[in-house]
Every structure is written in C-alpha cells, then in structure tokens.
Write a protein that binds this ligand. Structure first.
Ligand SMILES: Cc1cc2nc3c(=O)[nH]c(=O)nc-3n(C[C@H](O)[C@H](O)[C@H](O)COP(=O)(O)OP(=O)(O)OC[C@H]3O[C@@H](n4cnc5c(N)ncnc54)[C@H](O)[C@@H]3O)c2cc1C
Length: 367
C-alpha cells in the first residue's frame, strides 16, 4: 500500500460538524472528508441515523449566521409549533409554544455534505481505522470496501459522532464511555400526534423520551441510562403508552446509538497535538435536550476560525473560542437536577406557567 496524497486537514465524519467544517475551510486548505456512509455498491440500504431531526432555534440561528436556508427536499411534515410535556407517572400534561423545523435527517446530512463537496474532496463508503503522528503531521489510515488507504495530513479532525473512533485512538478506548443509549422506533401510518412530545417517567429514564411525527410516521424514542437495561426500559415506556390508550402496532424500523450526555466533567474534549475534535465527538451536545445541531455548527465554526491564522497554536485559539459554548453547557448541566426532578416538574406542569391553552377539536386531535 502506498501513501497516496497529502491534505492540510483530514476530517473523519461528514455529519453536520464535519461537513460544516469542510465547507467553512473552503479552498483556503486542502481538505479530505472521510465518511463511512454512502458509496455502497452492495445495494444495502444506508443506515438511517438515529436522530429526532428537529432544528431548534439555536440551530436555526447558526444556519442564519452561515447565510443558509434549508432546501425543500430536506423538509418533512408537519412543521411543529408546540411541545407537549407529559408526566407519565402523574398524567399531568401541558403544551408549550416552540419553533422547530422538522427535517429528514438523512437528506439534511446529504445536503450539508454536498455543500462541502464543492471545495473539499469527499471519500464515501470510507471508514477511519487509525492514525500515526510523526514530526511532519500524521498518516491517516481508512478503508474503502475493505481495502486500506493511507493519506498524509497536517491536522486530523474527529467529527465522527458520540462513539468517536478518532477520540478513542487519541485518548484510549476507556476515555469515552457514553453513559446513555438512545433507542428510536418508527411507526407507520400513525395519526396520534401533531406536536413534539416530551415524555417523562422516573422508572424509564432520568433523561426523557419523545415522539415526533414525520411524514405520516411517528418516531418514538428515548435516551436511557446505558448501564440500566435500556432495552427493558424502552419496553416499559411502550407498555406505559399502551396503558394510556396508544395503539403502537409493529415498528417499521428500530435503531439506536450512543449518547454522551455532558452532565459531568471530562465529557468535553477538544483534542490535542495534531488531532482536533468537533461536534458530538468532542462531547458537545445539550445535556438537557440532546439538541446537537447547533453545537456541531458552532464547534465547526470556531475550529475553522482557529485555523484561520494557520495551524500553529490552533488548540489555544479553538479552546478560547469555545469558552462560551462550554460555559453554556456547564450552566445547563447545573440546571439538570432541578429540570429533571420529578416533583418539581409536576409542580411546573400543575402551575401551567408559560403553557398554551389548547382548544382541541376532533380534527386537531386526529391530524
Ligand atoms: C436519538 C437522538 C435524537 C436526536 N435528535 C436531535 C434533534 O432532533 N435535533 C438536534 O439538533 N440534535 C439531535 N440529536 C443530536 C444530533 O443528532 C447530534 O448532536 C449531531 O448529529 C452531531 O453531529 P456530528 O456531526 O458531531 O456527529 P454525527 O451526526 O454523529 O456524524 C458523524 C458522522 O461520522 C461518520 N462516521 C462515524 N464513524 C466513522 C468512521 N469510523 N469513519 C468514517 N466516518 C465515520 C458517520 O457516518 C456520521 O456521518 C439527537 C441525538 C440522538 C442520539
């Protein structure tokens, strides 16, 4: 195997963080994006990324910062203007006004990656394996269709999500133990919900579960403690919903993923030496809602800006640029014991503060 090419920056992962970084670096650097999905010649369907696919106002603000509007092919129906918070233990529920953009997650990633591909080289169906640092940079090894490829890089960026192989190669496999597992099931032809529902029950999770309607289907998902039998807790959630009158039937799709909730020190890691981490690979995701698009966008922007003057000193500039984002995460983490305290939640729901009085009709209930 010969070392083929040298790039200034090799980015592992073409999700929101990796493709945004590649797009922002533009033509000022030679960039390679190594993305595991796509380029699949065996005719296997691409795995659907386990995500709710909602762009919240923070993510929308970042798209505004980038001057980007979401194209029509990325949008799905219905667009959502409310979140229904339901305490499954007490039966209390309230509606709150929220502004989400409901998207097809796969289409969103493809769109962002297509923008990156205008200036960067993108390798699809390519899986990162390892890297070897030396005095002139690094050698990065990935495989395509089982065949090894090596490239030279000045900087390696791990944008490969919560279970980041780059981060594990950098810090060791015990360095990143995601403490939650997210499971989602997709139910076809569902007509129950016309809003994003946040579901709470202490026997299910100390985080939350959700439903999201998407183009005639309903996603039922939950973020569950990884070490407390998440599969059994997901079944309990379904039983609780059926007891409330839900008819779930058989799911058309079930998938899951790791989720590293940055609610304790050590989860956030921006990299070291000639290896940078962005997005969820860096542990950047909201510990209160699991919203991650805005963190992926913001960390990609701050790394691109940190690389502006050149690679020397990038980590100091990147760390400084992320100080505010990390402070926001710390504040959110501090609020968690209050936000997720069952009796306080019940108090808040019972008070009805900030909620919207819904006027339900048979049509709005079945829409
Ligand atoms: C269940 C769930 C629901 C969520 N819902 C929402 C939501 O509604 N709204 C929201 O804002 N956030 C949501 N999030 C968070 C959001 O999905 C993530 O924060 C966001 O996708 C992070 O972007 P990223 O680019 O850092 O990582 P990812 O989106 O995970 O992208 C990583 C990329 O790296 C690739 N990759 C991984 N390993 C390798 C490898 N070895 N070699 C090559 N490529 C590799 C993957 O194929 C992927 O394309 C949710 C998270 C979960 C778990």
């Amino acid at each position: 195997m010969s070392v083929e090419q040298r790039f200034d920056v090799v980015i592992i992962g073409g999700g929101p963080a990796g493709s945004t970084l590649a797009r922002l670096l533009g033509t000022s650097r030679s960039v390679l994006v190594v993305e595991r999905s796509g380029g699949d010649t065996a005719g296997r369907p691409q795995a659907q990324k386990c995500c709710g696919g909602l762009l919240d106002p923070d993510a929308q603000r970042m798209l505004a910062t980038f001057g980007l509007g979401v194209p029509r092919q990325v949008l799905v129906g219905p667009q959502l203007f409310a979140v229904r918070a339901v305490d499954l233990a007490s039966g209390l529920e309230r509606h709150y006004q929220r502004h989400y953009v409901n998207i097809d997650r796969g289409a969103m990633d493809e769109w962002l990656l297509s923008l990156a591909a205008r200036s960067a080289t993108v390798a699809r169906g390519a899986t990162f394996r390892t890297f070897r640092p030396d005095k002139d940079g690094l050698t990065v090894r990935y495989t395509v269709g089982g065949q090894p490829v090596e490239v030279r890089a000045g900087l390696l960026v791990g944008a490969d999500g919560a279970w980041s192989a780059v981060r594990r190669a950098l810090r060791g496999s015990s360095s990143q133990r995601p403490d939650y597992v997210a499971i989602q099931e997709w139910y076809p032809n569902h007509t129950v919900s016309s809003c994003f529902e946040a579901l709470f029950h202490p026997a299910v999770t100390d985080f939350y579960a959700w439903t999201i309607p998407k183009d005639g289907k309903l996603i039922l998902g939950a973020a569950l403690p990884a070490d407390k039998d998440p599969a059994a807790r997901f079944e309990l959630l379904k039983r609780l919903l059926v007891e409330r009158g839900w008819e779930l039937g058989a799911p058309a799709l079930r998938h899951g993923t790791h989720l590293a909730r940055p609610s304790r020190p050590g989860v956030v890691d921006l990299g070291a030496g000639t290896v940078a981490l962005v997005g969820e690979a860096a542990g950047l995701i909201s510990p209160s809602s699991a919203e991650g698009f805005s963190y992926a966008f913001r960390s990609a922007l701050s790394l691109a800006q940190a690389l502006g003057p050149g690679q020397d000193g990038w980590l100091g500039r990147y760390t400084a640029a992320n100080a505010r984002l990390r402070a926001e995460l710390a504040v959110k983490a501090l609020k968690l014991p209050v936000m997720y305290q069952p009796w306080l939640r019940r108090l808040a729901l019972a008070s009805g503060a900030l909620s919207v009085d819904r006027v339900d009709t048979p049509i709005s209930r079945s829409q």
